[in-house]
Design a protein around this ligand. Structure first.
Ligand SMILES: C[S@@+](CC[C@H](N)C(=O)[O-])C[C@H]1O[C@@H](n2cnc3c(N)ncnc32)[C@H](O)[C@@H]1O
Length: 298
C-alpha cells in the first residue's frame, strides 16, 4: 500500500477531523476547529476527504457525500461535548480517551493549570503533536500525550503519566467505543469508574447496538468501498454495554441525550438537502441510527 504522511493515523481519526474542517466552513457552524483542516492536509491522505461544505452537496463527488452527511453529525457532537466541558464546577484534570486528532487541548479556554491527558495509539498522538507544533499552536492547558492500546488494560499508562487518582476527573469518550470489542468497552467503562474520585464527571458517546444482519454488513461494505475507510474500523460491535446503566449501578448520576434531542437543541438537521431530512428530529421518528450520549457525575 502506498505510504502517506499520515499513514500511521487511523483513517477514522482523519475522517472525523475532516468532518470538523467541513463544519468550520459552514455559515451555521456549531464548532470551529481551526486545526482540523491543516491536520488532514498534513496527512497527505489518499482518501478524497472533503474539507469544506460545498455550495451544492448534491453534486459533490459520490465518495464525499456520506462524509458530508457525517460532518453534520460530527459538528453536532463536537459542540455538545465542548458545551459539557465548559459547564460550571470543572474538575482540575480531564482524560480524553481515543483522542485522535481532537484539538480541544489547544482550542478550549482551559484554566492554565488544568491537566489534560490524551490517550490513543502513539503514532496518532505523535503525528498530531508534530503538525500542531509546525503550526506554532500551543496547548491552553498542561497536556500529556499518553500512547496506549485501549483494547488492553490502560490504567497503568495513565498513572505513569502522573494522573492523580485522588482528584476528580472529567472523562471524554467520543467516537471510541465502536472500535472496541464489547468486553474492552466494559473494561474501559469499569476503569473509568475505578479511577474516578468523588466529583468526577463523564461525557460518553455510546456505541449503537448494531443488529448482526446481512443487510447491515452489506451497507457497511458499500460505505467502506465508497469511502476507503477500513471495514474493521467501521464495524461496530454487537451487544455493547450500556454506559448509563453501568455507571448508574456504581452510584453515578446519569443523563441520556439522544441525537434527536441534540438536533433540536442546536437546530441542526442531519440531511444533505431540504427534500430528504434524515434526522429523527425532523421526521419525528425514534432515533435508531446513532447511540446518542451519556453524561454522568459522581
Ligand atoms: C473515530 S476516531 C475519533 C477520534 C476523536 N475522539 C475525535 O472525535 O476526533 C477513533 C479514535 O480511536 C482510536 N482508537 C481506536 N481503537 C483504539 C485502541 N485500541 N487504542 C487506542 N486508540 C484507539 C483511533 O486511533 C482514533 O483516533
Amino acid at each position: 500500500m502506498a505510504r502517506f504522511d499520515g499513514d500511521h493515523v487511523a483513517s477514522t481519526a482523519l475522517a472525523v477531523a475532516a468532518g470538523r474542517a467541513v463544519e468550520a466552513s459552514r455559515r451555521d457552524a456549531l464548532a470551529v476547529d481551526p486545526y482540523a483542516g491543516p491536520l488532514v492536509a498534513a496527512s497527505r491522505s489518499p482518501l478524497d476527504l472533503p474539507l469544506r461544505w460545498p455550495d451544492d452537496p448534491a453534486v459533490a463527488p459520490a465518495m464525499q457525500q456520506p462524509l458530508l452527511l457525517a460532518s453534520l453529525y460530527i459538528g453536532l457532537r463536537t459542540r455538545f461535548i465542548d458545551d459539557v466541558l465548559s459547564e460550571a464546577n470543572p474538575t482540575t484534570q480531564t482524560v480524553i480517551l481515543g483522542a485522535g486528532l481532537d484539538t480541544r487541548a489547544f482550542r478550549l479556554p482551559w484554566p492554565t493549570d488544568h491537566r489534560v491527558f490524551e490517550l490513543d495509539h502513539p503514532d496518532v498522538l505523535v503525528f498530531k503533536s508534530r503538525v500542531l507544533s509546525g503550526l506554532d499552536a500551543h496547548p491552553t492547558c498542561e497536556l500529556s500525550s499518553v500512547g496506549a492500546d485501549l483494547s488492553q488494560p490502560w490504567a497503568a499508562s495513565l498513572s505513569g503519566a502522573d494522573f492523580d487518582v485522588h482528584q476528580p476527573t472529567t472523562w471524554v469518550v467520543e467516537g471510541l467505543l465502536p472500535y472496541l470489542s464489547a468486553q474492552a468497552q466494559q473494561d474501559t467503562l469499569n476503569t473509568i469508574a475505578e479511577l474516578s474520585a468523588s466529583g468526577s464527571r463523564a461525557v460518553i458517546e455510546r456505541a449503537a447496538a448494531l443488529p448482526d444482519t446481512e443487510e447491515l454488513v452489506a451497507k457497511l461494505r458499500a460505505f467502506s468501498a465508497q469511502t476507503g475507510l477500513a471495514m474493521s474500523d467501521l464495524l461496530a460491535r454487537a451487544n455493547p454495554p450500556d454506559p448509563a446503566a453501568l455507571l448508574a449501578a456504581k452510584g453515578w448520576l446519569v443523563w441520556e441525550h439522544s441525537v434527536a434531542q441534540l438536533c433540536a437543541r442546536y437546530e441542526r438537521r442531519i440531511a444533505l438537502n431540504d427534500e430528504q431530512p434524515s434526522n429523527p428530529a425532523a421526521t419525528g421518528q425514534p432515533d435508531h441510527s446513532r447511540g446518542g450520549f451519556v453524561t454522568a457525575r459522581l
